[in-house]
Design a protein around this ligand. Structure first.
Ligand code: KPL
Length: 319
């Protein structure tokens, strides 16, 4: 596969735009796949994005939606060979169905979202020679009406999910890793994504619902009065992880949660951003997933249960 293939990125979420703007700043080829019913696209088919990096430096970017300019009907030759799909957990399956006619039969698909992914279901949507990857990231970015701001350095981990991705040559894997690193900072390749997914789930199960309920930035979770709640939530995550055969150590995960709180202190979590914009949250793929696992093992997670109910109530109050 050509190493200079443009990276196609789906949507205009915070992480996707962060990646797109960082690539464009380096004059690397990138294109966006966007929904046309969004008000900011309806008039011109173009999306303008102001990007502010960690040092406060801003640049302006204009994207023409690839699906507006290139595709009017499904093309005879599929055009997309490498695509990042950083959409919400609940949007992945419909998104894959929408994209499939436009993907090369050997496309590399990189899915990234919070919450536990339904990897089996994603694989079933792909053709045999399409490679499925999952990217877990704690990069922090804040979407505003005019663009996106990089608000915290995170870590990103990439894993091959299906047999096609696993058997890609070292040079194909390196090309992908390199492109994602240019887009999102250092990316580590792992053979076993499950421990990473549980660690990320622990982070999101703590930070996202609390910040959404308190309507606060991530950094405010360092307040001592929130320590008992954070501790109780995390102990429940560790309990259910253990029942699932996953060794999630309380002490090391607690310090990881506080590291992310510090590294992303200026950020509004994605769940708070969703609540503020009246969008559905990922609570079902995060806390909901934990509670479904707990029910299978006949465990109760009272703190997580309460938080789920509170976030659902908050989201209902918005609609
Ligand atoms: O993943 C995040 C999110 O907001 O969804 C963190 C890492 C907590 C950054 O805000």
């Amino acid at each position: 596969m050509n190493e200079l293939v443009p990276l196609t990125i789906v949507g205009q979420g915070a992480i996707g735009l962060l990646a797109a703007c960082q690539l464009q700043r380096q004059r690397l080829p990138v294109q966006l796949w966007l929904r046309h019913n969004e008000s900011n696209l309806r008039q011109t088919g173009k999306l303008s994005v102001d990007f502010t990096d960690l040092s406060g430096q801003s640049t302006s970017h204009i994207y023409t939606s690839v699906n507006a300019s290139v595709f009017t009907t499904a093309p005879a030759t599929p055009l997309i060979t490498r695509i990042v799909i950083p959409v919400k957990a609940y949007a992945v399956l419909p998104c894959l169905a929408e994209l499939q006619p436009y993907l090369s039969s050997q496309a590399q698909l990189i899915i990234s979202h919070n919450g536990m992914p339904e990897l089996e279901a994603y694989q079933q949507q792909l053709k045999a020679e399409q490679a499925l990857w999952f990217l877990s990231t704690t990069q922090a970015a804040l979407r505003s009406a005019s663009g996106v701001q990089h608000t915290g350095i995170g870590q990103s981990t990439l894993a091959a999910i299906n047999p096609t991705a696993r058997k890609q040559s070292a040079s194909q894997q390196q090309a992908l890793l390199q492109q994602l690193t240019l887009a999102l900072g250092p990316v580590t390749l792992t053979a076993d994504i499950l421990p990473v997914l549980w660690q990320k789930l622990a982070i999101n199960a703590v930070i996202n619902p609390i910040t959404a309920l308190h309507r606060c930035r991530n950094g405010e979770l360092a307040a001592p009065e929130l320590a008992p709640l954070i501790s109780a939530l995390l102990r429940e995550v560790c309990l259910v992880a253990a029942a699932e055969g996953m060794d999630l150590t309380y002490a090391s995960n607690l310090s990881r949660v506080y590291q992310v709180i510090e590294a992303t202190k200026a950020n509004k979590s994605s769940m708070l951003q969703d609540i503020e914009h009246g969008r559905p949250t990922e609570i079902n793929a995060i806390t909901g997933y934990l509670l479904r696992c707990a029910a299978r093992h006949k465990l109760t997670l009272p703190h997580n249960e309460r938080l789920l109910a509170q976030v659902q109530q908050l989201a209902q109050g918005q609609s």
